[in-house]
Design a protein around this ligand. Structure first.
Ligand SMILES: NC(=O)c1ccc[n+]([C@@H]2O[C@H](COP(=O)([O-])OP(=O)(O)OC[C@H]3O[C@@H](n4cnc5c(N)ncnc54)[C@H](O)[C@@H]3O)[C@@H](O)[C@H]2O)c1
Length: 389
């Protein structure tokens, strides 16, 4: 499949991610069709896309005529899989994160889509190779990991499964550029890919802080927000959902290290249904979409320095494991996938190894978590000589 042959894009699933993916493709001129299982889900997706396009019109980013063309000509909806994928050169799946469901859908799609179509999954955690096992031609199967909200987040991780062909990676890179996003290739199908993997040990630290009970989440979040971050890490966990947070940790515990196992506090929150914003109470009490955070006292114990050291240490692992092409691309992924000011390699370039290893060693001793062990290249500073291209 060549880039200029891709005209029709099918999106499976009209939820939080699917409707945003459909919008960015339609805005880039692609004929887009969204498939879901209920008409009300499709109607809801169109309403959300309409509201988002209205906002762009109000900002003069697009004209009212463009909005009309996108909504009435470039986006269609259907309840029928064959109607969605029968004439598609690219199919992107964004259904719930259930392996059996994804494999079942791709088995059908593989039989219904044109033979040379590229099939992509937006999974945030699963192995691309496992999902690709359901299709006839895994060489044309790829991970296309968008970030939420799709219309605002620039990064798309393009994940190579065990059988993905080079040409498929190249075409996807060109497509992602065409929809005005930033492509970063994930060269190995590894848990968390790049951005989520680099964040994983910080989630383990939050879990450990909750169980230790010495620092209040308010204190950490207040410190982070004073650095200009819109949401503190505990607030974000509540916002996304304590259930999602726990499932992610369980997944990393199974795939990366037992150090990730959710602890006592998270289990208690889950058991009592305190799932965060959606249930009105999680780590924090929520008033609608606002967490009740006491921001009078910042943390003087654990601060952004610890979170950064952990991020850099994990980024070094990501580079050494051959998951990313260069330290530059890792930084680029963090900037565009987390809306960070800079990536860990750039932020730590001027620091001495001891400034990064000391917090890690202290955290490792304090919480007895081996995932914080400083990498040898951090200890001797040689990570600064990693190839940058
Ligand atoms: N939400 C996020 O922050 C985020 C970020 C990155 C990736 N992801 C991944 O994107 C995928 C979708 O997540 P989401 O948050 O949009 O989920 P969602 O629950 O909001 O939407 C999923 C949609 O898929 C539909 N669906 C179910 N079965 C279907 C079928 N057989 N055919 C077509 N549609 C079907 C559902 O009705 C629903 O509308 C998941 O794999 C998730 O891990 C999510």
């Amino acid at each position: 499949m060549q880039i200029d042959k891709i005209r029709n894009v099918a999106i499976l699933g009209a939820g939080a991610m699917g409707h945003g993916i459909a919008q960015v493709f339609a805005q880039a001129g692609y004929d887009t069709i969204i498939r879901d299982v209920k008409q009300e889900f499709l109607d809801n997706a169109i309403l959300k896309i309409g509201a988002s396009l209205d906002f762009l019109v109000s900002k003069k980013s697009i004209t009212p005529e463009e909005k009309e063309a996108i909504l009435t000509k470039r986006i269609r909806t259907t309840l029928d899989t064959r109607a969605a994928v029968g004439d598609a050169q690219l199919v992107i799946e964004a259904v719930p994160e259930l392996l059996d469901l994804k494999r079942k859908i791709f088995r059908e799609v593989s039989a219904m889509a044109p033979e040379d179509a590229i099939l992509a999954t937006n999974t945030s955690t699963m192995s691309i190779t496992d999902i690709a096992g359901a299709v006839a031609l895994p060489g044309r199967f790829v991970g296309l990991h968008f970030f939420n909200p799709v219309t605002k987040m620039k990064l798309v991780e393009i994940i190579r499964g065990e059988h993905t062909e080079n040409q498929c990676m190249d075409v996807m890179t060109a497509v992602v550029q065409k929809i005005k996003k930033v492509p970063v290739s994930v060269l190995k199908d590894a848990p968390g890919f790049i951005v989520n993997r680099i964040n994983a040990p910080n989630q383990a630290l939050m879990n450990a802080i909750l169980d230790e009970g010495k620092i209040r989440p308010d204190e950490i979040d207040t410190t982070m927000k004073r650095m200009g971050i819109p949401m503190g890490p505990f607030e974000l966990a509540d916002f996304v959902g304590i259930d999602v947070f726990c499932h992610t940790l369980e997944y990393y515990a199974e795939k990366l290290s037992p150090d990730y196992k959710p602890g006592k506090v998270l289990h208690e929150l889950m058991a009592s249904g305190r799932l965060g914003m959606k249930s009105g109470q999680g780590i924090y009490k929520w008033n609608g979409e606002k967490a009740m955070i006491d921001s009078s006292k910042p943390s003087t114990d654990i601060s952004p320095k610890e979170f950064l050291a952990i991020q850099l240490n994990e980024a070094i692992k990501v580079f050494k494991e051959g998951i990313a092409r260069s330290t530059q691309e890792i930084d680029q992924a963090v900037v565009h996938g987390m809306r960070a000011f800079a990536g860990p390699f750039a932020l730590c370039a001027g620091m001495t190894p001891a400034q990064m290893t000391e917090p890690l060693t202290q955290l490792q001793k304090r919480f007895k978590l081996d995932i914080f062990t400083p990498e040898p290249e951090l200890v001797d500073g040689s990570f600064k000589k990693f190839s940058t291209n």
